[in-house]
Design a protein around this ligand. Structure first.
Ligand SMILES: Cc1cc2nc3c(=O)[nH]c(=O)nc-3n(C[C@H](O)[C@H](O)[C@H](O)COP(=O)(O)OP(=O)(O)OC[C@H]3O[C@@H](n4cnc5c(N)ncnc54)[C@H](O)[C@@H]3O)c2cc1C
Ligand SMILES: Cc1cc2nc3c(=O)[nH]c(=O)nc-3n(C[C@H](O)[C@H](O)[C@H](O)COP(=O)(O)O)c2cc1C
Length: 639
């Protein structure tokens, strides 16, 4: 019997009939032109993700392009042709299409506005308190944008009331301290949202589907909570909203807005389930619903009427098709690693995904995967994620592929990355790669090391080197002692420490995760490092914030700014601390996490002797999963 009956049951939002319960929620792509027009890249990206989905909601767009480069703008009718092309393309895929419209980004905007004069908890920026003229101007622009949404042929409109932007800031008691009619109790704080709803309804007319995306919980004490969400949703319903899409998290709890690995799957269903009991309109919910089994379960349990699958469809645009075809076990799952959000935050380049290198290059990948012009004999050296991805795609393109891995299992560092608690999502990608390899024609040989001089032994036409990295060790006296171990021995389980005193040397993200892992096992852990901050290279602030919180919760001592590491002795490590004082840290074991260097033992002469050679992943430069997978894939596409 088909196990996903509820997920594929038709549903309805106002007058709009949807073929199933799956929504691709709004996710900014930075694929529009600088001025805010639709591009071919954007259309191809959405076509890929519309397959099998009931409703696609196009990313947050703006009534004005000012301050929002590469985001869709709705400021004049000249934009309509591009938008109509997008809608037509998605209709052809059988999906219904809405678009999300933002009013203003609040304190995160180029011209910051805010309900009250309070600093943003992350940026410290204050917004000008919104006055009556601001409201009048925003509502006028919003109403005009809503009219264009309808003219462009969208099946409905979604109002952005989330992510700590202006509408959500008005709703939250943490940000809205006004004493006029827009502030006070939950009903008064909802007034700005209701104004936006009313102007939208006036612009699009009766019967046109209007969905409100609601930041339904601040996730901190004293913030907007589930009770507030229930009152607010009842008001929305009275004002003609057809459905509410539940998300949580705001500036104070940003880690909930696109939940990281440490938060549980389906993490917002507590709120959506409670709201759904109290209102008659349909409810949708987002938040790590990255598995069809979970999606089906929360629908059956009455936690929601629709499920948003955002990053899940970024990672695998065939998520829905695979589910329909009974191949749910083959879905390439989102890891919730937030490389997508990191890219969005720090650059205007198109969105990326650590496990799906084809994001934003849908056409190029589809065409390359039709097959190679000439079948080649390809040797891939190294069975980490870079080598595995290269081998899988080279095989899919019709090449004759061998993969040599020197250890007794595939996966490289992807075997270690999921070990610290909260990171188990990463394991799903290794499972995916293993399955794909098993079903491919790739000839995998384990315990086979390619040594210098051996690259041409099997007479390959092309070689992909993906040999990864080796630990970097600072050579100080005592380094060879028995009480010194590498982080990989700890994470692999080769060494199992419990209730001991441990110094972890090195506080990049690996050192921090190892310290957390050891502390959770009851060890007394001290983290030592020369820098002034732990995990400096963890770029995405939410990930760093959670990692540091875990260290604190597990009482890991952090010793910053170590000036010199002098000697490892039997009972600990001697060093010069940040004050320049000689100190000795007692420890039963010293765990090294002092970084890594590329492992690439082949000489330039040997590499030059191979007519077609590519290098991918950490063997080029030690980085992260995204780069390994992307470079492995790109090598395969060039073959
Ligand atoms: C503890 C830990 C946590 C991490 N967490 C994250 C994270 O959260 N997010 C993220 O993006 N990245 C993370 N990373 C980084 C990520 O795992 C690596 O960037 C990625 O694994 C690199 O892939 P690769 O294939 O280039 O190299 P590797 O994974 O190192 O694989 C290389 C493979 O080549 C094999 N090999 C080497 N030499 C030879 C040879 N001569 N012949 C045959 N085989 C050979 C090795 O045995 C190995 O299996 C983490 C890394 C570690 C160690
Ligand atoms: C890169 C990125 C961009 C996003 N852009 C938007 C957006 O434009 N509007 C919005 O309401 N939510 C946006 N979100 C939030 C998602 O719609 C979604 O609520 C969130 O990712 C949780 O769902 P998921 O776990 O299925 O990805 C974005 C999230 C990410 C990771």
């Amino acid at each position: 019997m088909f196990q996903f009956g509820k997920l594929f049951e038709p549903g309805r939002i106002g007058t709009l009939e949807l073929k199933n319960r799956i929504i691709f929620p709004p996710m900014a792509t930075h694929m529009a032109t600088l001025e805010g027009d639709v591009t071919d890249q954007l259309v191809n990206y959405y076509i890929e993700r519309a397959r099998g989905v009931g409703l696609v909601v196009i990313e947050g767009s703006f009534p004005s392009p000012v301050g929002h480069p590469k985001r869709i703008a709705l400021d004049h009718d000249g934009r309509l042709a591009g938008l109509q092309r997008l809608v037509r393309a998605l209709h052809q895929e059988g999906a219904k299409v809405m678009i999300e419209v933002n009013t203003h980004m609040g304190r995160q905007d180029q011209n910051p506005l805010s309900p009250s004069d309070l600093p943003h908890p992350i940026t410290g920026k204050r917004g000008k308190p919104v006055d009556a003229a601001d409201i009048e101007r925003m509502l006028k622009e919003y109403g005009d944008a809503a009219k264009r949404v309808k003219k462009a042929g969208f099946d409905g409109i979604m109002i952005h009331g989330g992510t700590g932007y202006l509408v959500a800031e008005f709703l939250s008691p943490l940000v809205n301290k006004r004493t006029d009619e827009y502030g006070g109790d939950v009903r008064r704080r909802a007034r700005f949202a209701l104004d936006v709803i009313d102007v939208t309804r006036k612009s699009v007319g009766a019967g046109y589907p209007v969905v409100f995306r609601l930041m339904a919980h601040d996730r901190v004490p004293g913030g907007f909570d589930t009770d507030d969400a229930i009152v607010t949703c009842k008001l929305f319903q009275d004002h003609g909203v057809d459905a509410v899409d539940i998300i949580t998290g705001s500036a104070v709890s940003h880690e909930w807005t696109a939940p990281y690995m440490y938060l549980p799957a389906g993490c917002n269903t507590d709120v959506s389930g409670a709201v759904r009991k109290e209102v008659s309109m349909p409810i949708a919910v987002a938040g790590k619903i990255n598995d069809p089994v979970l999606a089906e379960q929360i629908l059956r349990e009455g936690m929601t009427d629709f499920v948003d699958i955002g990053r899940g469809l970024l990672a695998d645009p065939n998520f829905v098709v695979k589910t329909i075809e009974g191949k749910a076990g083959k879905i390439r799952k989102c890891l919730a690693c937030l490389r997508c959000a990191e890219q969005y935050l720090f650059s205007r380049d198109p969105v990326v995904c650590a496990v799906n290198p084809a994001v934003g290059k849908e056409k190029e990948y589809a065409s390359a995967l039709k097959g190679a012009v000439k079948r080649k004999k390809v040797l891939v050296v190294g069975g980490g994620p870079a080598g595995m991805e290269a081998a899988i795609l080279a095989d899919r393109r019709g090449h004759d592929v061998m993969l040599w891995e020197r250890s007794d299992r595939l996966g490289g560092n992807l075997n270690l990355a999921p070990v610290p608690s909260g990171k188990s999502d990463m394991k799903s990608f290794l499972d995916y790669l293993n399955k794909e390899l098993q079903e491919s024609g790739v000839k995998v040989t384990l315990r086979k090391k390619a040594s210098p001089g051996q690259l041409t032994d099997a007479a390959p036409d092309a070689v992909v080197l993906a040999t990864g990295s080796r630990p970097f060790v600072v050579d100080i006296p005592g380094m060879g002692r028995e009480n010194v171990v590498g982080f990989s021995e700890v994470l692999s389980g080769e060494k199992d420490f419990r209730d001991e005193k441990i110094v972890v040397w090195g506080a990049g993200f690996v050192g921090c995760e190892v310290a957390y892992f050891l502390a959770e096992k009851g060890n007394d852990v001290t983290l030592i490092f020369p820098e002034s901050e732990p995990a400096p290279e963890v770029a995405y602030p939410d990930n760093r914030k959670i990692l540091l919180r875990k260290l604190e919760e597990n009482r890991v001592r952090i010793e910053v700014g170590i000036k010199e590491f002098k000697e490892i002795r039997s009972g600990g490590i001697a060093l010069v601390d940040k004050e320049g004082k000689d100190v000795f840290f007692e420890a039963d074991h010293i765990v090294l996490a002092t970084g890594a260097r590329p492992l690439n033992e082949f000489t330039p002469a040997e590499k030059q002797g191979i007519s077609e050679l590519y290098e991918a992943g950490d063997c080029v430069e030690v980085r992260r999963l995204l780069e390994a997978v992307r470079e492995g894939a790109e090598a395969a596409l060039k073959l």
